[in-house]
Design a protein around this ligand. Structure first.
Ligand code: HEC
Length: 221
């Protein structure tokens, strides 16, 4: 009896060794034989792959109209008009507290999303401008030194003339973090007004019409 048991154990160990050897393949791109492969890789569509299930063949779908995804921002309460821009300048204020952590996060995000146009001190001399790829934006500490935070949020959300909307890249909280940092740059003083050709005054009048056109992401706000 004992010998039969040890034979079975030996047989199982042998089968295990043989299985583990033959289940491998030479091709490093193939996983070899797998037990229930669907459990490792779900048969789902890649975000940007064509999709036969939808008439427009797009896998990446927009949220159902009128819904707000859990954990996402509520729609921006201001229309993209020059009047709403003025109202936002008066009544829209940051809901986040002024703190070193928020300021630090704002600086970090500014250096990812804004610095290449606006420059490290926000004087409109980022690398895009220095390389001649982009006209200089107005300086935060000069033409924009008194710009209220509500208008900043409005313009970052909808975009303004040559500046695109950043609403799809940055959550509302992240935009407010960045604004906290921009406010420290506003206080720097100086700034090269002669360089800033994309001046605020001339662009303001054209803002709503132009931003609507320029801002392809406005529905994602
Ligand atoms: C592609 C270059 C570019 C990028 C990137 C960019 N901006 Fe701008 N920004 C501009 C230009 C140009 C203007 C001037 C728009 C105008 O008044 O015509 C501007 C204007 C502004 C204004 C003034 C808006 C107003 O109401 O007058 C603020 C504030 C601002 N940008 C903040 C930001 C922040 C914050 C980021 C990063 C999240 C950013 N910008 C990214 C080019 C850019």
């Amino acid at each position: 009896m004992k010998s039969l048991q040890s034979k079975i154990v030996l047989l199982m160990i042998g089968a295990g060794i043989i299985l583990s050897v033959i289940s491998c393949t030479q091709d490093p791109k193939k996983p070899g034989y797998e037990y229930m492969p669907d459990m490792y890789r779900s048969p789902s569509y890649e975000t940007n792959s064509p999709n036969p299930l939808f008439a427009d063949s797009m896998t990446s779908r927009k949220p159902v109209a009128g819904t707000v995804s859990r954990g996402h921002d509520f729609p921006f309460a201001y229309q993209n008009t020059i009047d709403a821009y003025e109202v936002a300048g008066k009544e829209l204020h940051s809901p986040i507290e002024k703190s070193a952590a928020n300021l630090g996060e704002g600086k970090r995000l500014f250096e990812i999303y804004c610095i290449h146009c606006h420059g490290s001190e926000g004087k409109g001399d980022g690398t895009m401008v220095q390389n001649g790829k982009f006209p200089p934006p107005p300086s935060y500490s000069n033409q924009l030194k008194d710009l209220p935070e509500g208008k900043m949020f409005f313009s970052i959300t909808y975009g303004k003339n040559l500046m695109g909307s950043h609403a799809s890249q940055l959550s509302a909280t992240e935009r407010w973090d960045i604004i906290q940092y921009v406010q420290t740059l506003q206080k720097l003083g100086g700034g090269s007004s002669d360089k800033a050709t994309a001046s605020v005054d001339s662009s303001k009048k054209a803002a709503p019409a132009d931003t609507t056109k320029a801002n392809k992401n406005s529905d994602k706000k």
